[in-house]
Design a protein around this ligand. Sequence first.
Ligand SMILES: Cc1cc2nc3c(=O)[nH]c(=O)nc-3n(C[C@H](O)[C@H](O)[C@H](O)COP(=O)(O)O)c2cc1C
Ligand code: SF4
Length: 645
Amino acid sequence: MPERGRFDLNHSGFGEGLAQNLALLHEFGTRDTSRIRGDGLLGVLDNGIVNAEELFIESPEHRGTVFGLFAQASTTPPCRCKVDLVTSEGYSRAMPSPTDAEIFTRWADTEAPLLPILHAFHDRDGFLREEAIHAISEALRTPIADLYGTVTFYHHFSQHAPGQSAPRVCTGPICKLKGADALLDSMRAEGATPMACSGRCDDPVPVLKGRQTLVACDGQMMPWHSPVPAPNPGGLEECVFASIRQPDRATYDGYRRTGGYLGLEKALATDPAAVRQTVSDSGLAGRGGAGFPTGRKWDAVAEDPREPKTIVCNADEGEPGCFKDRTLMDLDPHAVIEGMAIAAHATGATRGFIYLRYEYPETEQILERALEEARASDLLGSQTGFDLWVRRGGGAYICGEETSLLNSLEGKHPFPRNRPPFPVTHGYEDLPTVVNNVETLASVPPILSNGADWYRHLGTGKHAGTKVISLSGDVRRPGNYEVPLGLPLSELLHEWAGGVPDERVIQAVTMAGLSGGFLAREGLDVTLDEPSIRAQGSFLGAGGIMVLDDSRDMVAVAHSAMEFFAHESCGKCFPCRIGTARLTERLDSGGPSSVESWREEVDDIGSTMKATSACGLGMAAPLITESLARWFPDQVETHVNSTNS
Ligand SMILES: Cc1cc2nc3c(=O)[nH]c(=O)nc-3n(C[C@H](O)[C@H](O)[C@H](O)COP(=O)(O)O)c2cc1C
Ligand code: SF4
């Protein structure tokens, strides 16, 4: 009998090989394979890496769609395929379920076990049963009240049927503009619920079901993949996207063929301090939002004598309007692994984690497969002195904040920590830890391969390097674009992305996803770098830009943005917890009856939040109302007058 949930297809070819593989599926619990459809399963036998999107099986025992068949094969026969099967109802229907004891044994003695254990129960049963929570509390010796507090903090850990098999529809700001509310209404009968921006603003409105992301296509819900980024029109040299369009880049063989792991080879032959110096000299700064110099961060970890040290890749990407990290991980997973391995060598770290947002289930499979390949090629694992694991979050924007992320990894309530001390000295398990964004880490291998000067000069003027911008909303060609820092924003919007469709003009763009608030048309004469955008009262941050044309109601957009922050405020400190709620109300109805008193109140709440909030969420959220009032006074006036008439 194949191993539960995972088995090997060992046979190649369309004839006998296929028959043998189908026999394996049969053995796996599928009685009638005659209705298997989709090229994926056939393709996997012939074409190397393939995602088999859907496997439709009709049998007396099981009727329905088995989601998430994910397969990989080497290109030369006899091919060896790894297959994970996940059903729409979790593991329980189509395959034998692991017992509680088997789940605990699987995760015993592993690093950061709470999240994977929660996911194992959630996947098995479709939701977290009360008995499961009690069993976990006992096994991990976590007080039941603490565990309940933690589990219920995450948005996606359901405690009731239909649980994770019920559809969740993205109602983020851009999806709302694309008709998400109507789609959600049309799926209410299936138990659909809304979810915050799920990081696919360049795609049709995504629906998460089980462990699969689906989009509506010709009246059917279809699986969806990260699109390959368009090349830039001027043929400008890129860093992280330079090889991402190469065929098979996501595989180990394809990655190596296109220069992958040369940066690591070079780093391993170099003194760690010299590696850190190269990263410092390149001018690379954090691409997750805060822009802290990467070399300095690594120095601080390396110089701390305490061990073990940890590298954490922040792949939480919860900021609405940002979807670059998913693209990088889906199309170039080995670049992230290589960046982490170089960081480990440079700092002396022996363990690592990729903390992945819940809403990227396909990415988890891609990363796991790449990690297996890297281990099989002796690039990771005990013999190299560094290993790393994926840990999937439970759905919470605040878990992207690095200290909240660390608490989440450690199985604690994911409130942000007070800083100082910072993670470089008191990170994972209170030990020295690098936390870097996906894009930051993926930039490191090309920097090592090509040198610090090469990277520095990719930027324009005095700005070092490149930045991936996630562009969405009212533009002809939404998507991810790797721009030289210092590129004029108007060039990106009009020449690269084709401008605004339907004869309309830009009314505003958001910056840093949502956290940077709005820039109106009058403020768009900026270049894509922090000093230029900060001079307009905003910031570039993680690089999400949503475009809003002149038909959009800016107060409604601001309301949905503030509602997001209110929903995601972790509640640890009251200025943010209460302030985001009050600001949401001011953008809805009621409140002061004159524009002057509306502005006074909104300014007062905003400045208190900025001065006293404990983390970046509470400090940034007021930029929404601040920039709305600054750039769109007429729309604010209409709003205040209409809500009081
Ligand atoms: C509310 C909030 C959410 C954040 N979300 C993310 C995120 O999803 N991904 C990320 O890399 N950084 C995020 N950050 C920034 C991280 O705290 C941290 O600065 C970053 O991961 C460091 O990596 P870098 O130096 O490579 O940018 C967030 C910060 C805040 C305040
Ligand atoms: S500012 Fe908001 S999100 Fe941050 S710790 Fe305080 S309550 Fe939590």
